[in-house]
Design a protein around this ligand. Structure first.
Ligand SMILES: Cc1ncc(COP(=O)(O)O)c(C=O)c1O
Length: 361
């Protein structure tokens, strides 16, 4: 926490706004809009997963549709496709950003169209805070007329050519889960361009209640709105977002400075014009065995590190669904490690981690 959060939470108690609406929700949304800039409208929701679910529903995804999804991601990017009874079509990553490969995306779209099934949407992810190749992906999206749901759950505070992540897709989503760059303990947001779409999202997120004095419903809704208490935490967290990004970027720079000279350790540099919030600092090692040796050596000292995300097309729950892959994300999963990356790490912590890694290589 940054320190300012309790004041806003107290305000909610003092004014008895203990509900999934109220001044903190409005002001939290305003502060996100101010940060993202441009013509954005933001709806604060109960989670990033809920935001992806609503984004897909708003784009008209329904039972029997196909939705393309970046395979190298957390399962929450893909699960909402299943909630809607649609079929996920997984697409592998490219090496420059570790995100959805433009080449394989085209291959997947053309193959699905040839099978008579034009995908209804594309879920593209800025993984670990690194922006995906937005110009290429947007061009493909426009060429084929398939909108992009921009999963920016891990990338608040990242930029792509001066545009903020969260504003690059037809609809963007953010997460404020406990492990994210800023948090409301649990929470998320939908970022849209059109105010009418925000209204529709809020309508669906509050049980789709029609305009009537009694409770009247013409469509199925959800209970997905953010609580005014948690939005108070969010207001305080927005005040420290930039310092959190600076801290995470400092972690990356520190690790890189002390490890990049080793031929066994590779870092993911930012392509020109990209700025990652460096949510997590990740390294690639030469082999699964060396990755495990480092991970277990850290664990022995009670320091947690984790393998990179296991691609969705290799997950038991999604294994039967079509995928367009060239082995890139599988290789990243086998050789990659997320290093401790908290915003509260001290230089002495980072030093200790680096020294441990150096003893193993
Ligand atoms: C890439 C990605 N997408 C979606 C989500 C879902 O966000 P939430 O946990 O707020 O539902 C997360 C994080 O949890 C994530 O890392």
């Amino acid at each position: 926490m940054g320190g300012g959060e309790q004041k806003y939470v107290q305000e909610a108690f003092d004014t008895n706004w203990v509900a999934p609406l109220g001044p903190n929700v409005d002001n939290f949304e305003k502060s996100i809009v101010e940060f993202l800039g441009g013509n954005t409208n933001v709806a604060a929701l109960s989670s990033g997963t809920a935001a992806i679910h609503l984004a897909l529903e708003i784009l008209g995804v329904t039972s029997g549709d196909e939705v393309i999804c970046q395979s190298f991601t957390f399962s929450a990017s893909a699960n909402p496709i299943m909630y809607l009874g649609a079929t996920p079509i997984f697409v592998d990553s490219e090496k420059d950003t570790w995100n959805i490969s433009p080449k394989l995306l085209i291959e997947a779209i053309e193959a699905r169209i040839a099978l008579g099934k034009k995908p209804k949407a594309i879920v593209a992810v800025h993984l670990y805070g690194m922006p995906y190749k937005a110009d290429e992906i947007t061009r493909i999206s426009e060429k084929y007329g398939i909108p992009v749901v921009e999963d920016s759950a891990e990338a608040l505070g990242s930029y792509y050519k001066d545009k903020k992540c969260g504003t690059l897709g037809a609809i963007g989503i953010l997460s404020f889960n406990g492990n994210k760059i800023i948090t409301t303990s649990g929470g998320g947001a939908l970022v849209v361009k059109d105010e009418a779409i925000k209204k529709k999202a809020v309508f669906l997120a509050t049980q789709a209640r029609d305009d009537a004095p009694h409770y009247q419903h013409s469509s199925v809704g959800y209970n997905y709105r953010m609580s005014n208490i948690l939005a108070g935490i969010g207001r305080g967290q927005m005040e420290v977002l930039q310092s959190r990004v600076d801290q995470r970027r400092f972690n990356y720079t520190f690790y890189k400075k002390h490890l990049a000279h080793l031929s066994e350790v590779e870092f993911l540099d930012e392509p020109s014009g990209y700025s990652s919030n460096r949510w997590l600092t990740c390294i690639l090692t030469p082999s699964f065995e060396i990755r495990e040796e480092i991970r277990l050596a850290l664990l022995e000292e009670n320091i947690e590190s984790r393998p990179l995300w296991k691609p969705m097309h290799l997950q038991p729950v999604f294994i039967e669904y079509p995928n367009y892959s060239d082995g890139t994300s599988e290789d990243l999963f086998n050789r990659g490690l997320c290093l401790p990356s908290g915003s509260n790490l001290l230089e002495s912590d980072l030093k200790r981690i680096v020294e441990l890694i150096l003893t193993k290589i």
